[in-house]
Write a protein that binds this ligand. Structure first.
Ligand code: UD1
Ligand code: MG
Length: 451
C-alpha cells in the first residue's frame, strides 16, 4: 500500500511556556518533530508533508535538516488539527494512496504500530490509533461499540460518562487521501475550543456509511507532549528504552540509569560504559571500547580498544583510533589521535593531528586560538611531549621528536629532535636554608614588638 504522511507541527504549545515552537523542543538531542519524522520514515512513505505555523521558518529548517525531501506547508492561523491537515490537500490532490496523520508532539510511534494501522486499513475506511490510558487526563476519548469506532470526544466537550472512558486518541489517523479530505471539508468548529477538530472525521465517516476502527498500542508509544513535565517524562521514557536496547545488543552498562544517550548514539557490542556518562549527539563508540565514569562525549568517534576517562570530555571532531587512551580531565576537540597514542592527564588537545604511539604528557595544551583565528598542531608518530608543554599553533612536531617539560613550543620540531624552550636552571648553594633562617628571625622580631 502506498502511503503519504502528514505530520502536524503548527501549534504553539501554549502549555510549554516557551518561545520555541513546541515540536522543536528536544528529546535525546533531537526535536520532537524529528522523532515523529523518523518514526514515519520506517514505513517508507511516498512523501512526507510537515504542517508548520508557529515559528514556521524554524520548523521548516529542522524538518529539512533531517530530510531535505520533505514538503513543508504553512498553516498561517492555527484553527485546529482538522484545518491543519487540510493545508496538505493541494499537494495531495492527485494522490490516490493512503494518508497517515502523525502529530509532531507524539514522538514515539513504533514501526510495528504504523504497520498495524496500514493492515487495519485493508478492512476499515478510517483507522484511529488508540491506547488505554492509566490517566486519560486531557486526551480525546474514543467512543466504541465492539470493534467499531463511533466517535471521538475531546476532553473539553466530553460528558461525565465520556470522561470515564479510558480508551484515548493518540492523534494518529489513516484513511484514503480522497476520503480524508472529503471528511475534513465537512468539519465545523462548533465546539468548546472553537477549533476544526480532525477527530470529528470519525463521526462524519460513520454518518456517511463508512467504517471506522481502532488499532491499539501501548501507552508509552503515544505519549503526547504538551507541557514541560510531559517533555521530561518523554525524555525519561526514551532513555529507558535506549539503554535497554544497548544492553540487549551486548553493551555493558554498569549503572544504566546514570547513562544519558542521544537519539543517534551508536555503541558496539562488548563496549563497557561506566557510571554517569553523557552522550551528546553524533557519537560512535566501537565494539570493545571503554568509557569510564563521569565522561561527556559529543560528535566524536571512539575506536575499538580505546579507553576514555574517567572525567574526560570529547567534543565534536574528536577521532580516536584503536587503543588510544584519554585520561582524567582531558578535553579533545576537532583532533585525530592515531593508534595507541595516549593523553592521560589534564590536557587540552584541539585542532590537532597526532600520529601513532605518541605520548602527550600531563598538562599539555595545544594553544590553537590566537584570539581571532584557530590554528593547527601536527604531531608525528612515537613522539613524546613533555609535561606542561604549550604547543603554540600553527606548529609541527616530527616523528620520534621530544619536547622538554614546561616548554613553550613556537617553532616546528624536526623528526627525532628534542626541543627545549624554558629558562635554564641555576642552583644557589645553601641559599634556601639561609632564606628560611632570615624569614624566621624577621617573624620573631615582629611577634616580640606586638606583645
Ligand atoms: C489532540 C487530539 C486529542 C488527542 C491528543 C493526543 C484533536 C482535536 N485532539 O489534542 O484527541 O488525544 O491530540 O496527543 O485533534 N496542530 C497544528 N495546527 C493546529 C492545531 C494543532 O498543526 O491548528 C498540531 C500541533 O502542533 C500538535 C498536534 O497538532 O503537534 C496536536 O495538537 P495539540 O494542540 O497538542 O492537540 P491536543 O490538545 O493534544
Ligand atoms: Mg497534544
Amino acid at each position: 500500500m502506498s502511503t503519504a504522511l502528514i505530520i502536524l507541527g503548527a501549534g504553539k504549545g501554549t502549555r510549554m511556556q516557551s518561545d520555541l515552537p513546541k515540536v522543536l523542543h528536544k528529546i535525546a538531542g533531537a526535536p520532537m518533530l524529528v522523532h515523529a519524522m523518523k518514526a514515519g520514515q520506517s514505513i517508507d512513505p511516498d512523501r512526507m508533508i510537515v504542517v508548520a505555523g508557529h515559528g514556521a521558518e524554524l520548523v521548516e529548517a529542522a524538518a529539512k535538516d533531517y530530510n531535505p525531501e520533505v514538503d513543508v506547508v504553512q498553516q498561517a492561523e492555527q484553527l485546529g488539527t482538522g484545518h491543519a491537515v487540510e493545508q496538505a490537500k493541494e499537494l495531495l490532490s492527485e494522490y490516490d494512496g493512503d494518508v497517515i496523520v502523525l502529530y509532531g508532539d507524539t514522538p514515539f510511534i513504533s514501526p510495528e504500530t504504523l504497520q498495524a494501522i496500514a493492515t487495519a486499513r485493508e478492512t476499515a475506511d478510517l483507522v484511529v490509533l488508540g491506547f488505554d490510558a492509566a490517566d486519560p487526563g486531557r486526551y480525546g476519548r474514543l467512543v466504541t461499540e465492539g470493534d467499531a469506532l463511533l466517535k471521538i470526544v475531546e476532553f473539553k466537550d466530553a460528558s461525565e460518562a465520556e470522561l470515564a472512558i479510558t480508551l484515548c486518541n493518540s492523534g494518529v489517523m489513516s484513511a484514503k487521501a480522497s476520503d480524508l479530505f472529503e471528511m475534513i471539508s465537512k468539519i465545523d468548529n462548533n465546539n468548546a475550543s472553537g477549533e476544526y477538530y480532525l477527530t470529528d472525521c470519525v463521526e462524519i465517516a460513520v454518518a456517511s456509511g463508512k467504517s471506522a476502527t481502532v488499532v491499539r498500542c501501548d501507552e508509552a508509544e503515544t505519549l503526547g507532549v504538551n507541557s514541560r513535565a510531559q517533555l521530561a517524562d518523554a525524555e525519561a521514557l526514551f532513555q529507558k528504552r535506549a539503554r535497554a536496547e544497548l544492553i540487549e545488543n551486548g553493551v555493558t552498562l554498569l549503572a544504566p540509569d546514570t547513562v544519558f544517550l542521544s537519539y543517534d548514539t551508536y555503541i558496539g557490542c562488548d563496549a563497557v560504559i561506566e557510571q554517569n556518562i553523557v552522550f551528546g549527539t553524533d557519537v560512535t563508540v566501537e565494539s570493545g571500547a571503554t568509557i569510564r565514569a563521569f565522561s561527556h562525549l559529543e560528535g566524536c568517534h571512539v575506536s575499538r580498544g580505546a579507553i576514555v576517562g574517567p572525567y574526560a570530555r570529547l567534543r565534536p571532531g574528536a577521532e580516536l583510533a584503536e587503543d588510544v587512551r584519554i585520561g582524567n580531565f582531558v578535553e579533545v576537540k576537532n583532533a585525530i589521535l592515531g593508534e595507541g597514542s595516549k593523553v592521560n592527564h589534564l590536557s587540552y588537545i584541539g585542532d590537532a593531528e597526532i600520529g601513532q604511539k605518541t605520548n602527550i604528557g600531563a598538562g599539555t595544551i595545544t594553544c590553537n586560538y590566537d584570539g581571532v583565528m584557530k590554528h593547527k598542531t601536527h604531531i608525528g608518530d612515537n613522539a613524546f611531549i613533555g609535561s606542561n608543554t604549550m604547543l603554540v599553533a600553527p606548529v609541527s612536531i616530527g616523528n620520534d621528536a621530544m619536547t622538554g617539560s614546561g616548554s613553550v613550543i613556537t617553532k616546528d620540531v624536526p623528526d627525532g629532535d628534542l626541543a627545549l624552550s624554558r629558562a635554564p636552571q641555576e642552583n644557589k648553594t645553601g641559599l634556601a636554608r639561609k632564606l628560611v633562617d632570615l624569614l624566621k628571625k624577621k617573624k620573631a622580631k615582629r611577634d616580640q614588638e606586638k606583645s
